[in-house]
Design a protein around this ligand. Sequence first.
Ligand code: SF4
Length: 290
Amino acid sequence: MESKTIPFKGLGEYYFRNMTEKFIKTQKALSLTRIDLADFVINPYRGCRFGCLYCYSRSNKNISVINKPWGSYVYIKQDFPEVLRKELSRIKKGRVLLGSTVEPFQPFEKKYRITEKVLEILKDHHVPVTILTRSVSIIDYLPLLEYSDENMIYFTYNSQSVSERFEKLIFPRKKRLEAILAIHKSRIKLVVYISPVFPLLTDIEEIFRELKGKATDIYLEAYNAKMGNWNDIKLKMTEDMIREYERIYSSQEHYDQYWSEFKKKTDKMNREARYQIKYFIYPYNSYYNE
Ligand code: SF4
């Protein structure tokens, strides 16, 4: 069944305009993962209203076959909570990562509440969850997440120069900073995840300044140019920037040199700021040497 959505009051009709909604069956709720944040990944929706231009999800095998513009559709797995409950009673438990290929708190969650049901089930089974999100709606779910001291939120953030180019539909950065502060003050562990870090664009100094007093842990993940988004990204860059990206990503030597300098500069900036920093920089050979 495929239908055009009815505007939803309270969140801004804009988010629901010209979107295609479709209900799909859940084949499997828990998928084993090699991502070291968890044992299983769970994604209650497919497709994302926010439609960030850099989104890595488009390279996912289930998503890349959908022939629609990214950000124009959302597929809703209405039976997901039920399937999850059954699987959790059979499978040896571990940590779950919510939101590896989708934003679980995107605007459609206000309408369908699938993520909320999922969290209630995880709570019933005492399964710790790590959440990846860019959405300020997460703050409505903080009380629900208090069931385990092991629960964690990776709240993704970036500098103005990245937001204005590549992520126009996500909530304003001021609102996101307020959400970060609310999580920081809550009982849930917070990591501010700067992802992707774009060479020449992500302004770490600005981010450190903005996060002062709002976070202690900041993880930085280097931009991966092999995740199906480079053609869109290029459209928002000047010729000079494109040339510099092509240089950085053209060889292991240039790539390693760029990111090693980046780490040095960031560590130096952090001497004063004193955040707990971790870097996620993909090894060149595994990702770029095709
Ligand atoms: S919010 Fe996350 S899942 Fe949605 S488009 Fe942006 S990066 Fe992709």
